[in-house]
Each structure stands twice: as structure tokens, then as C-alpha cells.
Design a protein around this ligand. Structure first.
Ligand code: ADP
Ligand code: ZN
Length: 512
């Protein structure tokens, strides 16, 4: 490893390894296949580029995006590494192949499609190989969020060169995807290195969204520094930006793909240069932006996945100073996400459903948020972190199983086609025209909820939707899903955070 450290200084100009880079490099140098799971920006490329400059032979790098490959190529060449790409966008593939055969390449970048071409396999037998590096390795798994069938051809190819070590790299892999990657690519169990997902200076908080403008105004008042607020649609971005600017008097700028490129660039530049600008943006914003002093990141609705949440909140507090990550969520967010899930091709659905369940769990938990996040990324965190909303102010947990069963059976007995309002009327025995017209006053569930339980109906409906036991249809009807039947049979319970006492506000809140 002394040699590797020296090379790190001389070729890459870095004083030391970061995170668990050293471990990965050492394994690969010893010829051991490895899966490195590290967040974006952790320095994954170095873990194959460095061994490639030291080991005998060429390192074959599989990378899914040509644009990405060419960036990497430029960076590698700038460090004096002998590198080339072999893609459909290259005109000089003949020279590249000659250079490879002559053993004059440290790195050869190729797209996964190559792997299934016999001519490529032949080429690889023509010169010694140092290692295989598989970038974005989650693409090999149907459990990952970006499955690419071509990645499945890598294993047969690599098996032809059985003693050449494999290094798979990814930023996003939950436990299930990870073991799948290792199985699919032939990496032994002890070859897993997970690192660097902990961001101790970020304080996580997740709240129900009851009045987003008021809630975000409060957040901005608590955090005078620069911030990013993610909103789900362009319209919501515009709307929130205008309202928050008016409410706080602070500079608040919108950012989304529908803005003029010039406006977008100007807003981004203003944000990067400023110590107080708040950017309200769609997820189009953030990639490649390096602003270390972002003091808060807020989500006005649930993020796309737990990976996205980690990545987006990770833009806060890169300077290491305290920063806040706040998410506001509503049941309709989960309803929409579960509807999208139902429209997906079957083979993709399972993994995405799991990810959504984890997100629901993160939102619903009375326990430590960070523990859920870190466990998802394969780390082994303590039970409490002391720096998330639930650790700082432990919420009271109630057992809402009985109310949940009543609610689910009302949904079931009314034919799984009515929304919250109607079910609430049935359960509380309301004297309502539509309830009577449908004959729902004759059901056994009519009027079985009263008093304290009635106040729990909305939060219970929300919790059931988040965990997928209730699924909203396009027409607003609630159908049973997930573990609804287990709850009804008394085999699963519904524990939830005790909802805060709210002043009755008529029917204004539509976020049930
Ligand atoms: P990833 O692929 O994990 O997203 P990159 O490989 O692009 O990350 O590296 C992110 C940045 O970190 C790059 O600018 C790289 O030069 C830098 N970097 C990598 N390793 C080190 C190190 N040991 N010390 C300092 N900077 C590093
Ligand atoms: Zn915590």
C-alpha cells in the first residue's frame, strides 16, 4: 500500500485516501473481487483508476453513459493516465484496439452492450487484463432503480477471464440490491465495502404537510442562510417561490426545466454566489452544483425514493456546519406514488415498491430517522442519533390497530370505491344523503366510530396509505392493498405517532 499512497500523491495529487477508498484499493490490488458502495462524490473512480496505473495489464471499465465516459476519459488523461474509450461515438476505435493489443492502455472504457459481442471477447484475449471495473453496478439488478439487461451479459464475459478481479461500484444499493449485484457479478460475500453515508451535521425532520407556506416560512425564519426547497411540479415551484418571497421578504428564486436557459443560469449563479438566496426547484436542480454552505434543504412533497432523498438532502451542509433537512408529506403523495407503481411493468415493480415502503417507514417512524437511512444504505448505525426530530423530541406512539381495522372494513364493505370523506361519514354514522342513498347506513360498520377514535380517522387513513394498506385509485376510491388483510385478521398492528392536537378547521384541509 505504500506504493499505492505514493501513486496517489504523484499521479492524482491527493495527500491521503478518503473514506474507505484505501480498503477497496487494497482488495483489488490483492486480486480480490469487491463491491464498493459509496455516495456520489465519495471518489469511486479513484478506486479503479489507481490500481489500473499500478497493476500489469489494462483495466476494462464498464460504464452506462457515453457522456459520462468521455468526462472520465478527459479527467484520466489530464492525470497522465493512458486511457481510451471504445464506443459508437468514437472514430478512432482501430487505434484504440491497437493500443490495447500493444498493452499501452491503463484504462479502456466500454459500454455494457459490448459485453455480448463475441468480437469484444476475442479482443480481450489479445492482451493482459488488470481488472474489470463495473460502474453504476446497480444496473445489473432488477431490484435497482435503473435495470439494464445488457449488464447481465457481463458475468458470462468476465467468467471467461476467471482470475481477473472485478470491482463493482455504485452509490445506490439497499441490502437487497447489493446482494443481488454480488450474486449477478460473482463477487464473494466478504467483498462488500460500504462507506461514508453518515452526514452527522444534517438534522432530519419530517412533518405532515398541513400548511406548506406557513411551515416553509417558519423554516426560512429559523435558517437565514442559503437553502433549497424541492417541489414536485413546475407550477408548485412558481407558486411557492412567489408566496415565500412575499411572506418572508427574502430573495426566493424559482428553478425548473421550463424556464428560459438564460433565466435558469442566472438564478443558479445568484444562488451559488449568495449567502441568503433560497431556491425553490424541481429535482432538475442540484446536480453538479457545488455550494458548501447550503443551510437547509426542504421537500414540499415526498422525494422519488429514499436514494433521491439522501442525495437531495446531502446538498445541505457540505461545509460540515449544522444544516437542516425538512420533509413535508401528505397522504396524496403516497397515493400518487402507488398509482405510478401500478402502471409500471411487472418486473420493475417489486424493487420500487420496496423502496417506497422504506420511504413510508422513514416518514411514519417514531424512531430515529438517521438509523433508517443508514440501515438502508447498509451501515450499522446506533438506535438513536441525537440529531433528528424524533431523537430530539421523542413522539408518543399509539396503537391505532382497532381504528385501522374499522376503517379498512368500512372501505371493504362499501366496495372499495369510496374516498376518505364518505368512509368517515359511514363510520361516524352521519345523517348523509349519499350514505343513505347507497344503503350504507345498513352496514355493520355504520356508526361504529365515535369520540376520540373519530379524531384518529384521518391520521390513520394517512398512515394506512403511506404503508400501502390502503391504495387510492384514480377516481379517489380507497382500495385494500399491502398488509390490509393481516391488519383485518389481527395479524398485523398499526402503531403510529400520536397526531398533534389540532384546532378544528372545518373541511379546509384537503390533505387527508
Ligand atoms: P464518485 O464517482 O464517487 O461520485 P468521483 O470519483 O467523481 O466520485 O470523485 C469525486 C471528487 O473527489 C473528484 O473531484 C475527485 O478528484 C475527488 N477525490 C477522489 N479521491 C480523493 C482523495 N483521496 N482526496 C481528495 N479528493 C479526492
Ligand atoms: Zn435520530
Amino acid at each position: 500500500m505504500d506504493q499505492a499512497r505514493e501513486q496517489l500523491r504523484e499521479v492524482f495529487g491527493f495527500g491521503d485516501f478518503r473514506g474507505r477508498q484505501a480498503e477497496v484499493v487494497e482488495r483489488v490490488m490483492d486480486g480480490c473481487s469487491t463491491l464498493g458502495v459509496m455516495p456520489t462524490g465519495a471518489g469511486k473512480s479513484l478506486t479503479y483508476q489507481l490500481p489500473a496505473t499500478l497493476l500489469h495489464g489494462t483495466c476494462i471499465v464498464i460504464s452506462p453513459l457515453i457522456a459520462l465516459m468521455h468526462d472520465q476519459l478527459r479527467a484520466a488523461r489530464a492525470n497522465g493516465i493512458r486511457a481510451a474509450t471504445l464506443t459508437s461515438a468514437d472514430a478512432d476505435w482501430r487505434e484504440t484496439m491497437d493500443a490495447f493489443r500493444a498493452g499501452a492502455l491503463d484504462l479502456l472504457y466500454v459500454a455494457p452492450e459490448r459485453a455480448s459481442q463475441p468480437s469484444f471477447c476475442d479482443l480481450l484475449t489479445a492482451a493482459p487484463l488488470a481488472m474489470f471495473a463495473i460502474d453504476e453496478a446497480h444496473c445489473v439488478s432488477e431490484w435497482g432503480h435503473d435495470f439494464r439487461p445488457d449488464y447481465r451479459q457481463l458475468r458470462p464475459l468476465m467468467d471467461r477471464f476467471g482470475d481477473v478481479p472485478r470491482l463493482a461500484l455504485t452509490a445506490t444499493a439497499d441490502a437487497h440490491t447489493r446482494s443481488d449485484i454480488m450474486a449477478q457479478l460473482g463477487i464473494p460475500d466478504e467483498g462488500l465495502v460500504v462507506a461514508g453515508f453518515e452526514r452527522p451535521n444534517i438534522r432530519y425532520a419530517i412533518r405532515h404537510r398541513d400548511n406548506p407556506v406557513r411551515q416553509l416560512t417558519q423554516l426560512m425564519e429559523d435558517h437565514p442562510g442559503p437553502g433549497i426547497i424541492y417541489a414536485p411540479t413546475r407550477r408548485k415551484v412558481e407558486d411557492l417561490a412567489a408566496k415565500l418571497a412575499a411572506a418572508t421578504g427574502r430573495p426566493v428564486l424559482p428553478y425548473h426545466a421550463g424556464l428560459e436557459p438564460g433565466t435558469r443560469a442566472r438564478h443558479q449563479a445568484e444562488f451559488v454566489a449568495s449567502e441568503e438566496v433560497v431556491m425553490v426547484a424541481t429535482i432538475a436542480f442540484g446536480m453538479g452544483i457545488d455550494k458548501p454552505d447550503v443551510r437547509f434543504v426542504a421537500h414540499a412533497g415526498i422525494p422519488k425514493s429514499i436514494e433521491a432523498y439522501y442525495q437531495e438532502t446531502g446538498r445541505a451542509g457540505r461545509d460540515g456546519d449544522p444544516a437542516q433537512a425538512t420533509m413535508l408529506w401528505g397522504a396524496e403523495d403516497f397515493a400518487r406514488a402507488r398509482m405510478r407503481l401500478a402502471e409500471m411493468p411487472e418486473d420493475r415493480r417489486e424493487g420500487d415498491r420496496k423502496r417506497l415502503d422504506t420511504l413510508a417507514n422513514l416518514v411514519e417512524t417514531a424512531g430515529c430517522r438517521r438509523a433508517i437511512l443508514l440501515r438502508h444504505f447498509g451501515e450499522d448505525p446506533p438506535q438513536t442519533c441525537g440529531n433528528c426530530d424524533n431523537c430530539l423530541d421523542a413522539p408518543e406512539v399509539i396503537d391505532a390497530t382497532e381504528v385501522a381495522r374499522k376503517f379498512l372494513s368500512a372501505a371493504y364493505r362499501t366496495g372499495q370505491s369510496f374516498g376518505f370523506g364518505h368512509l368517515q361519514k359511514v363510520l361516524t354514522g352521519a345523517d348523509d344523503e349519499r350514505v343513505l342513498a347507497k344503503g350504507h347506513d345498513h352496514l355493520t360498520v355504520f356508526g361504529i366510530v365515535e369520540g376520540e377514535e373519530a379524531a384518529l380517522l384521518r391520521p390513520v387513513s394517512r398512515a394506512l396509505q403511506a404503508r400501502g394498506a390502503l391504495v387510492a385509485t384514480e377516481h379517489g376510491g380507497l382500495t385494500l392493498g399491502g398488509d390490509a388483510r393481516d391488519i383485518l385478521k389481527g395479524e398485523a398492528s398499526v402503531l403510529m405517532v400520536k397526531p398533534p392536537k389540532q384546532a378544528r378547521r372545518g373541511r379546509k384541509s384537503r390533505s387527508g
